[in-house]
Design a protein around this ligand. Structure first.
Ligand SMILES: *Cc1c(COP(=O)(O)O)cnc(C)c1O
Length: 370
């Protein structure tokens, strides 16, 4: 079965092997050396002052940022499940919030953010997804962050990059916290969350807040290549193996380039067989199709062609399907997937199969110079 859901993503054999070694104690020079390498790789990939690893799923890192960086009022952007989650975290943590809500295919508007900040001068943090995975939508985070900092440089910009980090280059000049998780583009099992931090964020964290998610305690420890609590040792060893794999395939720039080419070729191929791409500004991390027969297509892919893709949630349940583009994916697998979608349309009596999807994919992927 090909796992083509936008998280979790498959784990490469070499990474599985690296995680199959004997358990190291986390307070040893041996593990500290592994931690240091992972830390250096993360800081360099994110291009930020600091990067903290937490033993938690991605949501834990979202919560850690909110608790440690939002004091008076937070602005949350809700264009889907994950943006909604930031709002729910604020409610659970009793942090006053203002929420900007959009349809799941619609990116946040800079003008709306501007107006909200003007009307609420007590807002001291904004939380936004770079890619809102609920609909595969790319928010204009860099532009929003730049405008936020023009209005008030002390407002913290918390960016959920869980389906953007290791997918595409991100301009972090105006981002204070960049969240990611292990089970998406970094192709690891779930359980490791990472937060890149700006020097402004480190300053604002001060002595930190919360107990488990106290970022000040973590910064202090992680600078010394150790963690406040028991580290996710196995996943961190796996992360280093994954960075080695990325390096072997030409480094991060090659990964970004390849992801973009695959995502672009997939969406052109799907359009060529009459399908509709859902978001108005699609992210590179996944290809999202709006289709009333999404569930039937997914079922055929799984049962007949051995491909597991994701559906939609809430009001988009049964209305969309999502194909992963994150990670080191060989192009022949993506060709298989678009071909399987075309075969499914034939089975549903929508369109006679003639190989258009795989042909178009190959033309775009192998010939284009994007
Ligand atoms: C997957 C994902 C998360 C994290 O979810 P967890 O299940 O807590 O790891 C957060 N934000 C986005 C945009 C995601 O895609």
């Amino acid at each position: 079965m090909l796992l083509f859901t936008p998280g979790p993503t498959p784990v490469l054999e070499s990474v599985r092997q690296a995680m199959a070694t004997v358990t190291l104690h986390h307070r040893t020079p041996e593990f500290e050396a592994i931690f240091e390498k992972a830390r250096e790789n993360l800081i360099s990939m994110m291009g930020m002052e600091e990067c903290i690893m937490l033993a938690s799923s991605g949501t834990g890192a979202m919560q850690a940022c909110m608790i440690n960086l939002a004091n008076s009022k937070v602005l949350t952007i809700n264009s889907g499940k994950f943006g909604e989650r930031f709002g729910k975290i604020a409610d659970a943590m009793c942090i006053p919030k203002v929420e900007l809500k959009y349809e799941w295919n619609t990116p946040a508007s800079i003008a709306d953010v501007e107006a909200t900040l003007m009307a609420n001068p007590d807002i001291d943090a904004i939380c936004i997804q770079i890619c809102e995975s609920a609909g595969g939508l790319r928010h204009p985070v860099e532009e929003i962050a730049a405008r936020v900092k023009e209005i008030n440089p002390s407002i913290m910009v918390i960016a959920d990059g869980i389906t953007a980090v290791a997918v595409e280059p991100i301009d972090v000049s105006n981002i204070d916290a960049l969240v990611t998780g292990s089970q998406k583009a970094l192709m690891l099992p779930p359980g490791l969350a990472m937060i890149g931090l700006s020097s402004h964020a480190i300053e604002k964290i001060g002595n930190g807040k919360d107990y488990y998610f106290n970022l000040a305690t973590e910064i202090k420890n992680q600078k010394k290549n150790t963690t406040a609590w028991t580290a996710a040792t196995t996943l961190i060893a796996g992360l280093n193996a994954m960075f080695d794999e990325i390096e072997k395939e030409g480094g991060l720039d090659a990964l970004y380039e390849n992801t973009k080419k695959r995502a672009n070729a997939t969406s052109v191929a799907l359009r060529a067989i009459g399908l509709e791409i859902y978001p108005t500004t699609p992210a590179m991390s996944m290809s999202t199709v709006y289709d009333d027969e999404s569930e039937a297509i997914r079922k055929l892919l799984k049962n007949e062609y051995g491909v597991n893709i994701a559906g939609g949630q809430d009001h988009l349940k049964g209305k969309i399907f999502r194909i992963n583009q994150m990670g080191l994916i060989p192009a022949y697998e993506s060709v298989w997937v678009v071909n399987a979608v075309e075969l499914a349309l034939d089975k549903l009596g929508r369109r006679a199969f003639d190989g258009t999807a795989s042909k178009v994919f190959s033309e775009v992927y192998f010939k284009s110079e994007i």
